[in-house]
Design a protein. Structure first.
Length: 179
């Protein structure tokens, strides 16, 4: 598995990972009509913009499988709501279902944390749907549940949960040892 900084040419593959991940993870949580209407083209435009026009606000890394296929990505940057207790935020992390439990998500998180620390950000949070079956991933990485909030997706009310890391160095301690 190779983790590297994303480039604009990755936008199409990122869109496929994003849409496919939503469809596998959120089936039964978000209305099928919403999942079925997701557009690779719209997501590609979104990620291309994030990688070009908004690059200075985003730190985006991708995961490539051994055969060179993009199988996951993470987008992080400055926390968006101005919370004084958390400087950084993971905006998105998606890994194709067949690459779950292979260390891909952990490696993406650790790479992102290293970059955030380089930028002087020492704490981080992320929001995840309460019904997301992958919530345990964040807990295994030491994320502490902070709070919940209601969001609306196409008229459906859903609960999001915030996970936080007060010191990103604690997350780096989870890096597997080599040798």
């Amino acid at each position: 598995m190779l983790i590297r900084e994303a480039v604009p040419a990755d936008a199409g593959a990122m869109a496929r990972v994003h849409v496919d991940s939503w469809r596998t993870t959120y089936r039964g949580i978000i209305a099928d009509s919403i999942l079925d209407d997701l557009s690779y083209e719209l997501r590609e435009r979104h990620w291309h913009s994030a990688l070009t026009e908004h690059r200075s606000r985003n730190f985006i890394h991708v995961a490539e499988s051994d055969d060179g296929r993009l199988v996951g990505f993470i987008a992080a940057g400055k926390e968006r709501e101005g919370r004084p207790d958390f400087q950084a935020e993971v905006f998105a992390i998606y890994v194709l279902q067949e690459f779950h439990v292979r260390g891909c998500g952990r490696d993406l998180m650790l790479c992102s944390v290293e970059r955030l620390l380089q930028e002087g950000m020492r704490s981080m949070l992320l929001w995840v749907l309460a019904e997301n079956p992958s919530r345990g991933f964040y807990e295994r990485l030491g994320g502490r549940q902070l709070e919940e909030k209601q969001i609306t997706i196409e008229g459906d009310s859903l609960t999001e949960v915030a996970y936080g890391w007060a010191d990103l160095h604690d997350l780096l301690a989870l890096r597997p040892s080599v040798g």
